[in-house]
Ligand binder design. Structure first.
Ligand code: SME
Length: 166
């Protein structure tokens, strides 16, 4: 990967999303290995937004669980189950979960006690959730629909390319 991120330090979060929105193909498009691309996606998001934890859980269809995928941040829970936690809610309902205060989310799975807010976006391919993108912030109220909007080009890119990656 010859690309470097080089986002201006002073850029707002919105400007960072804007700068990234057209760059996903350049950052990831040359590689056809899915895990490598998810790993670099986590790295890019960590570098751009300095989230406490950012990464992917992958649907393990055989065990009917979510299993930890590429991520950046502290040690995390390796397996998540239906009906428990924010990631499972996104998986079970195929819908985005914006949680400004994790204490108010019944059943939140606290992999890290430092997480205060969380955003989980399902990756949906051919009508099936194949993965979730999980973002944890150590600041309460730090995630909103603006982040969902900012991440939409990435999510579209992942969904469109998922099955062409080995
Ligand atoms: N908090 C998540 C578990 C995953 S960690 O945040 C990395 C949940 O409630 O599903």
């Amino acid at each position: 990967m010859a690309e470097t991120l080089a986002l201006a330090h002073e850029a707002s979060r919105e400007e960072r999303y804007e700068a990234l929105s057209t760059r996903w193909a350049a950052l990831l498009g040359a590689e056809s290995n899915r895990m490598a691309n998810l790993a670099n996606t986590a790295a890019v998001l960590k570098e751009a937004f300095d989230w406490h934890w950012v990464g992917f859980y992958l649907v393990d269809a055989y065990r009917d669980e979510l299993v930890l995928g590429p991520f950046q941040g502290p040690l995390a829970c390796t397996r998540l189950h239906h009906g428990r936690g924010v990631c499972a809610a996104a998986w079970d309902t195929a819908s985005v979960q914006v949680v400004p205060d994790v204490r108010k989310f019944d059943g939140h799975v606290a992999c890290s006690s430092l997480t205060e807010s969380e955003l989980v976006i399902p990756i949906v391919v051919a009508d099936l959730v194949v993965s979730v993108l999980d973002i944890d912030s150590s600041t309460r109220g730090d995630v909103s629909v603006a982040d969902v909007k900012g991440l939409a080009p990435l999510v579209r890119f992942l969904e469109n390319n998922w099955n062409s990656w080995e």
